[in-house]
Design a protein around this ligand. Structure first.
Ligand SMILES: [Zn+2]
Ligand SMILES: [Zn+2]
Length: 344
């Protein structure tokens, strides 16, 4: 089968790879759509990925084969052709993180190995049948590929403890910032300002639920020990840029919360004095809520999200993945780019 393979040196190409065979308790999924994630961008463009790996983890697909021991009666079990996504493995249920309702950072989980990864920028993928979830009727395969990043956005908003009376700043209106904005809006949080340098992305932020947009230079620095004129209670840093994180911290009111969502390779300088005097909370959000992907599927199927604004209009085949990554990194595209392996 064809796969978009990372070759090393920031380059990718379509190569033939063997179709995987599902083992006991596993299922073979034919990938329908797979979104390009910011993590994929870092792994390829910043050359962290191991040569010969296939990336892509935001997929939807249909069941193409079932391994031994997977019930195939279509009632309690599965049937070929079923439309599915698969969520993360649950935590152990017993460690400190699990007991605090944070199984996605279960202490007994193997540390994430970003390098040994078998992804979905290809035609078929094997997954544990126990982790399969059915895509609700009425939700397209294309939009169902937003399940994983939507689960992250729900988790991010949940961890931050945002309420409708919060005044929220989102820095960065790429796919992550847009999805975070849309989830906030769907949850009744309407006072959202999005800071973003690219005009096309600012426009899209307004379309997905931002009340206001600005460029980063419009956010004026705070005077020492004082809040800015119109401070925010919560800031979601979705750009991965150190300067945006520094700026977001400056814009927070007393007892404000900064949430790190976007990763980046340049570390921000955190003004600890400000964090102390303002009693700020600084948190990171990475994985999913204890409920896994189910709430994301429900939200996507509910019609409450502007799905067409969140996904770029043009899907790309496997040969177009690298070019789309460059365009995303340049801020040239705003929404999630969907890869369609079958169309390649
Ligand atoms: Zn992702
Ligand atoms: Zn655990």
């Amino acid at each position: 089968m064809p796969a978009a393979v990372y070759l090393g040196g920031g380059d990718m190409a379509v190569r033939e790879v063997p179709v995987p065979v599902p083992g006991p308790g596993e299922a073979l999924v034919e990938v329908s759509h797979c979104g390009i994630c910011g993590t994929d961008l870092h792994l390829v463009l910043e050359q962290y990925a191991r040569p010969n790996t296939v990336l892509g983890h935001e997929w939807s697909g249909t069941l193409a084969a079932l391994g031994d021991g997977v019930r195939d009666d279509g009632v309690d079990g599965w049937e070929l052709g079923a439309r599915v996504v698969a969520d993360a493995t649950p935590g152990c249920g017993e460690c400190r993180a699990c007991l605090r309702g944070r199984p996605s950072v279960c202490l007994r989980r193997e540390p994430t190995d970003f390098l040994a990864f078998t992804g979905a920028f290809t035609q078929y993928k094997v997954v544990a049948a126990s982790r399969l979830l059915r895509i609700p009727d009425g939700l397209s395969m294309r939009h169902a590929a937003l399940t994983e990043p939507t689960a992250i956005a729900i988790h991010t908003v949940h961890l931050a403890g945002v309420t409708p009376d919060d005044r929220v700043l989102v820095t960065g209106a790429g796919p992550v910032g847009l999805l975070t904005t849309a989830v906030l809006h769907a949850q009744g949080v309407h006072d959202i300002t999005v800071s973003e340098p690219a005009p096309r992305r600012r426009e899209r932020a307004l379309a997905v639920g931002a009340k206001a947009v600005c460029t980063p230079d419009e956010l004026l620095p705070a005077k020492m020990g004082q809040p800015v004129e119109q401070p925010f209670t919560v800031a979601f840093e979705c750009s991965g840029h150190a300067s945006a994180a520094e700026q977001a911290l400056d814009q927070l009111d007393y007892a404000g919360t900064l949430v790190f969502v976007g990763t980046g390779n340049k570390m921000p300088k955190i003004n600890h004095n400000r964090a102390i005097i303002f009693e700020l909370t600084i948190i990171g959000a990475y994985n999913y809520d204890a409920e896994g992907f189910a709430p994301a599927l429900e939200l996507l199927a509910s019609g409450a999200l502007p799905l067409d604004e969140l996904v770029e209009a043009d899907d790309v085949g496997l040969p177009g993945v690298l070019d789309a990554m460059h365009r995303l990194a340049a801020g040239d595209l705003a929404g999630k780019v969907m890869v369609t392996p079958a169309a390649s």
